[in-house]
Each structure stands twice: as structure tokens, then as C-alpha cells.
Design a protein around this ligand. Sequence first.
Ligand code: SAH
Ligand code: SF4
Length: 346
Amino acid sequence: MNKNHLQDIKNLTLPELTALLIDQGKEKFRAKQIIKWIYARGVTSFDEMTDLSKVLREDLKQRFVISDWSPEVVETSSDGTRKYLYRLSDGETVESVRIPMEAGKDTLCISTQVGCAMQCQFCLTGTFGLTRHLEASEIVNQVCASLKDGPLQNIVLMGMGEPLHNLDNVIKALEILYLAEGCAFGPRRVTLSTSGLVPQMYELAQRVKVGLAVSLNATTDELRDQLMPINQKYPLVELMKACREIPLEPRKRITFEYILIGGVNDSRTDAKRLVKLLHGLRAKVNLIPYNEHPGSAFKSPSRRTVEEFQSYLLDRDIVAIKRASKGQDISAACGQLKGKLEKRDE
Ligand code: SAH
Ligand code: SF4
């Protein structure tokens, strides 16, 4: 049978699947049964769904496939970080990274696009441009596949791509990951990182619950315009206004990622401006020493610079965490994912 015309059931949210079933005269509660089979029990064929009638299983087979991913390559770093590379149906590739935080508590960093259109000057992913958006199922499958390799405490949308440039598919993927009968990730265990697409930040907050992280990386428009061209469209005042206006969940903070680039944004004056920008916000700052990669002129700061920058923030009661960049030896650290390079010709 030619399966090409069949839809991937993993692209459907619960309301979508329910509506489809009702349309066909089936009972509404079947949707949750199906979700449970796919995401909680990990079955890959409708025949295994033994609490569904044979007729329903046949109907489902006529319409849908259940996609099931296994990594083409898994690399393990000396610090335990694991990078998974997946081949997509059109030959493109996408990467996810499993980062061990504490014992038994891994965070999975997933991608939302093949490449990225935002052109941040310091980012390897950005240098290749955007190849395409990932579908909801392709975002969800990174999680499903990784779960086969061990439990996950948290998910961060911080891999390849700008999640808010692929807003509809990202929201769908979150809704699927949150399903109580399925993967059951609570929104408090998921964080989305954006380079600062302001209108989409508001829309996201209205449509779905998720922790928000903003890649700030500079404290003046002059520098941010250069490092992150998106700033020319949505300058710092607008970005910070959105950060203040978007409601936060109780006891939650908004995360600001700040890459420290040697001699570029790591001075005491930068730290001072950062404190000012964050004034009055329930914020947490992740300081990420720049990861050098071939072809980039930027340099990592010295350890001392990082410590001084962090102390300056801590002394002013700003929660500032130094993010040791894990997985550097396997190019799995922030901004090092490049998926697209590994196209078929290897
Ligand atoms: N596009 C989204 C999410 C993916 S990028 C965003 O920009 O937020 C994830 C993080 O990696 C961002 O905070 C980005 O600033 C950071 N990053 C990119 N290149 C890096 C590098 N070479 N070293 C350290 N961090 C980097
Ligand atoms: Fe895209 Fe984020 Fe890299 Fe900027 S830092 S190019 S937004 S992936």
C-alpha cells in the first residue's frame, strides 16, 4: 500500500483527533485511548490498540500512520551529554541534546526548525539560514525518541531554530506533549527560548502555557542590532516591555540568556546596563560563556570575566546562573547544532 497519502497521527492535537473521530461517528473517548497507546505506551501500529474495535483500527489504518523515530547517530560526550541526530523523511537532519543535570534528571534540548532565519552573528545554526520549519510531529518525535533512551525531567526548546518563527507547529507540539494521557509533561517542565519576536511572544502567552526564556545577549540597541538582526525590528524597549507585560505563572521567573563574548558584551558597563534593564522583573539570568566554533571571529571570555560579571549581578540581588556549556567535545553545546551540514553526502 502506498502510505504517502496517509497523515501522521502525531500531528494531531486531542481536539483535532476527537473532532475527526466524531465526524466518523465514533465515540469521543476513543481519542484519549489512542493518545495513551501512542505516547504513554509507545505502540507503533494500530493493531496493538487492543481496546479499540477491529473496525475502528482498520479505519485508522486507512487514514493514518504512526511515525516512530530512532536516531541515525548518537554521540556521547565525556560529561554524559548525548546528541541525537535524526534523518527526516525529506533527507534533512535535525538534532536534539540530552543534558544530564542531576542524577536521573535529564533535560532534553530540542530543535524547532532545520536551520534558522534569524542570522545571529555568533550562532552556527544562524549562518546556514532557514531550510524549513519542523512539523509538530517532528518536534514531538524528538521527545518520544529520546524517552526510549531514558526519562526526561525537562524539555527546552533551545536547539536549532527560532521557535516563535514556527509558532503554530510549536504550539501544537506543546499541546501534544502536555496531554495527560500521553507524555504528560507539565508546562512548568518546558521552556521555550526566543531571540525576541515580540508580537509572537504575546501570542504565545495567550495560546499556551510554557516557561519563557529570552536570548538577550546585549544591553544596547547598537550592539544588539549587530549581533541579532531581529533587534532592528523589535528593539530593546519593545522587547523589555513585552517581558514586563506578559503574565508570569506564580513562583515563575522569566529567564534571560546572556552569552558572554570576550571583549564584546562582557564589561562591567554591560553588567550595569543589564541590571538596569531587568529592574523590577521577576528574572533569572543564565550566563553562557561563548562557545567558539570554526569560522566565527568571536571568542570566549576568561573565566575571571565570567565570575566578575556573575558577582556583579548577584551583588545586586539578580539571580544569575553560570551555565557550564556541556557537550562541547561532541558539538552539542548551545549554538553548535548544525544538522543541515550533515546532509546525505557523508
Ligand atoms: N532561537 C532561539 C533558541 C535556540 S538558540 C534563541 O535564539 O533563543 C539557543 C541559545 O544558544 C540562545 O540563547 C543563543 O543565544 C545561544 N547561542 C547561540 N550560539 C551560541 C554560541 N556560539 N555560544 C553560546 N551560546 C550560543
Ligand atoms: Fe536562530 Fe537562536 Fe541561533 Fe539566533 S541564536 S540564529 S535565533 S538559533
